[in-house]
Design a protein around this ligand. Structure first.
Ligand code: NAD
Ligand code: ZN
Length: 358
């Protein structure tokens, strides 16, 4: 997959055993062997996949230093960011150095923001190890969280390349597999009805981590995101379609607490809400039945956890930046594989939809 951005473009390589060949890929893309290169990863990924990457890069003559952070969203913080800047300085990283993110979206966002800021920006490479990271590694958004708001300190910083080694996914916990597939389903729902059909027919293979099925699903997911981002790098209009299910989803994450619902689980419920909205606004019933069937097959939640309070969810959505003067911006399906951006959905209608999710 190639991501085209004006004058620049970068490749996403997808396949098995790519980490073992990282030295060749990095050499081909003119990554410096004279300046130190820093790998950022988390403890869970380090114990399973770090030494393979270190060996491959050292073998090809790169000067490698590795930094391991604690797993989880808490590491996307300014204090961990500062620790990494300290490590980078101590290791002697210079303007020609590269930062490599080996891990999921947390490590990708964090290491990417370090790369965007260090010496006003150095090269960055993503080596994703989760399914969800097909989404986070394409598009160039990098960020850390503030205690009051998620992803609020960040930048746009595109990687030199993305090296997606499918073999790393074999060690991913099943819950993270399903949550990552939620974003793959989203890509189909906004862009490609045939792909939704394919997911529907291959859910079992995907859940069993069949590498051929995973490879195709991630190729499609990356490709759809790349096409959308290529046409709208800075989220002026088209890029908003990637937020299908996210308005409700983000509110659910905030209300349930980030530990109870994973991002992919929250947007699964959000996509059910959007599908209902699509039917309400004149779309065919199929939008709802197909959306629900595919998400259920993937073992994703399709209804609200009982204890969540509707008022709290509505309140959380009112804080969303997409809300203004009694109406909100919603990504609404008009058919499977097609969505529109509706700027005039009333808060009453949204409330009705959220209540039906119980
Ligand atoms: P994550 O990075 O926290 O990974 C999930 C869990 O799996 C972690 O515990 C991690 O240690 C573990 N793990 C990762 N790879 C593994 C492997 N191969 N084997 C075993 N365990 C492994 O989370 P995620 O779901 O990948 O990403 C979520 C983050 O991505 C959020 O912070 C979100 O804001 C961000 N995100 C960013 C974008 C973007 O455009 N930048 C888009 C979507 C999501
Ligand atoms: Zn998302």
């Amino acid at each position: 997959v190639t991501v085209e951005l004006g004058e620049r473009s970068y490749p996403i390589y997808i396949g098995e055993g790519l980490i073992e060949q990282a030295g060749e890929y990095f050499t081909k893309h003119e990554i410096s062997k004279k300046s130190p290169l820093m790998i950022v990863t988390d403890e869970n990924v380090a114990s399973r996949h770090l030494s393979k990457l270190e060996v491959a890069l050292q073998g090809a003559g790169f000067q490698v230093v590795s930094t391991i952070v604690k797993p989880g969203e808490k590491s996307k913080s300014l204090s961990v960011f500062e620790d990494l800047i300290t490590k980078a300085l101590e290791a002697g990283l210079d303007r020609k150095s590269t930062i490599v993110a080996l891990g999921g979206g947390v490590v990708g966002d964090l290491a990417g923001y370090v790369a965007a800021s260090y010496m006003r920006g150095i090269k960055f490479i993503q080596v994703p190890t989760t399914i969800l990271a097909h989404d986070s590694s394409v598009g160039g958004k990098v960020a850390v969280n503030h205690p009051l708001a998620k992803n609020i300190i960040g930048a746009f910083h595109q990687p030199e390349l993305v090296l997606y080694d499918l073999s790393t996914l074999q060690t991913l916990p099943l819950r993270d597999v399903k949550a990552g597939l939620s974003e793959v389903i989203k890509s189909g729902l906004i862009w490609d009805a045939e792909f939704v059909d394919w997911i529907d027919n291959n859910a079992e293979r995907l859940l069993a981590l069949d590498e051929e099925a995973l490879g195709y699903a991630l190729y499609m997911g990356c490709n759809i995101k790349a096409q959308v981002v290529s046409q709208d790098e800075r989220e002026n209009s088209l890029r908003m379609i990637l937020n299908l299910g996210h308005t409700i989803g983000h509110a659910l994450e905030a209300v349930a607490g980030y530990n109870e619902l994973l991002h992919g689980e929250a947007i699964s419920i959000g996509m059910i809400g959007s599908a209902r909205l699509g039917v309400k606004l004149g779309g065919s019933e199929e939008i709802y039945t197909v959306t629900k069937r595919v998400l259920s097959r993937m073992g994703l939640p399709v209804g609200l956890p009982e204890h969540l309070d509707i008022d709290a969810i509505m309140e959380a959505m009112l804080h969303d930046k997409k809300f203004s003067e009694g109406t909100m911006v919603f990504v609404v399906p008009t058919a499977i594989g097609e969505v529109i951006i509706d700027h005039s959905v009333s808060t009453e209608l949204v409330r009705e939809i959220v209540e039906q999710l119980k």
